[in-house]
Design a binder for this molecule. Structure first.
Ligand code: NAD
Length: 357
């Protein structure tokens, strides 16, 4: 059956890199239809809202959303609800996207782009499973008030509430254990159970669910230790599962191990396998319109879409192998270029991946 893809390119380099991903997908002759929608700053400029109703409807009706990037400093003066970045939060909420999958892969050819020693990161292939709709980011009550007690009683304080319910933890646990089953069968759950009650509940649930997956080697780590292990010996980790706050920080730390933000894809999924697929980087307004952006994160996001929403894992692998091949052939956009390699533009990189399919 034909699958429908909502194509939301967004701002800055969004359109340039999206064109390359669509070029690659179209070259594969898959049973897909593509429909474009406005999102982010360009949508605000055209309709007065970063996530117009029409775009939201398109996203809801589609099997998957392929998303570019949103944001531009020229919209920073707008009230928060109208800023381009709000479109992502609106889509996450409307589609119920509670899982964030963030792979961090360090291709051997790009090892020198990392700030870490080559032997620490070369060949790194890590997956972070982050819960996306709960935790202290959404917990209520929150706000500002007069400090009710302690040495600063009466002073203004800000407060937020960290909370996770058992069903919320159970559903992300199953996603993470299944992801581990499809990889090297090793899962590490990250929390702060030595201090936080929320984390103790998280740990109890993870421990219970682990019994349902006896083949998976399961361990648990405090978040401070996880942050250290990610830079000390990241290759000893394979799949990490954690809450929204810790996942936000650890996934950016893991991304930096690879040294090249233009290479990293991500996915946000709901329980119907509908997903939003986007590069981990932003709209890069500093290089927009110059045809020099690296389109690989966008192309690899399309590969994740084929794997996680469209049940085409072999086609996903075909794209991933094509990316490996062009790197081995020495093709590099300027952000990952080094002496002796072939410097190519954004569209030439898209052409090279297409040719390598
Ligand atoms: P950014 O990720 O856009 O850029 C950071 C640096 O990385 C820049 O120097 C940029 O040129 C470079 N870079 C990013 N992607 C690249 C690529 N594919 N190829 C080559 N170089 C690349 O982050 P920023 O500059 O902090 O933010 C710019 C805008 O993007 C802001 O408005 C921000 O709010 C927004 N943003 C959006 C998302 C998203 O759409 N999911 C994520 C992060 C930031």
């Amino acid at each position: 059956m034909t699958k429908k893809i909502a194509v939301l390119a967004g701002d800055g380099i969004g359109q340039e890199i999206m064109d390359q991903a669509i070029k690659v997908l179209k070259a594969m002759n898959l049973d897909l239809t593509f429909e474009e929608g406005l999102v982010g700053g360009v949508a605000y400029a055209a309709t007065g809202h970063p996530l117009p109703e029409k775009t939201l409807k398109l996203a809801k009706e589609s099997d998957a959303v392929l998303f570019g990037a949103v944001g531009d400093f020229k919209y920073d003066h707008l009230e928060r609800s109208l800023r381009p970045e709000q479109a992502i939060l609106g889509l996450r909420k409307a589609l119920g996207l509670f899982v964030n999958l963030r792979p961090a892969i360090c291709y051997p050819e790009l090892t020198n782009a990392s700030t870490l020693k080559p032997e620490v990161v070369s060949g790194l292939d890590l997956l972070i499973v982050r819960e996306l709709t709960g935790d202290v980011y959404f917990g209520k009550p929150r706000g500002r008030r007069q400090c009710p007690d302690g040495p600063f009683e009466g002073a203004l304080e800000g407060f937020d509430t960290m909370r996770y319910s058992v069903p919320e933890i159970e559903r992300i646990a199953h996603v993470a254990f299944k992801a581990a089953m499809g990889r090297s069968k090793h899962l590490t759950s990250v929390d702060k159970a030595n201090v936080l009650e929320t984390s103790q509940v998280w740990r109890d649930v993870m421990t219970r669910i682990s019994k349902e997956y006896p083949e998976v080697e399961f361990d648990q780590m405090y978040v401070d230790n996880a942050a250290m292990q990610l830079v000390r010996a990241p290759k000893k980790l394979d799949v990490l599962v954690t809450g929204n706050l810790f996942g936000d920080i650890l996934s950016d730390e893991a991304a930096m191990l690879t040294g090249s933000i233009g290479m990293l894809a991500s996915a946000a999924l709901n329980d119907r396998k509908q997903g939003l697929y986007e590069p981990s980087h932003g709209s890069a307004p500093d290089i927009a319109g110059k045809n020099i952006a690296n389109p690989i994160a966008q192309i690899l996001s399309a590969a994740m879409m084929l794997r996680y929403s469209l049940d085409m894992p072999e086609k996903a692998l075909q794209i991933e192998n094509a990316v490996k091949k062009v790197l081995a052939q020495g093709y590099r956009t300027v952000d990952i270029w080094s002496e002796g390699c072939k410097k190519v533009s954004c569209s030439e990189m898209g052409d090279a991946v297409k040719a390598a399919l």
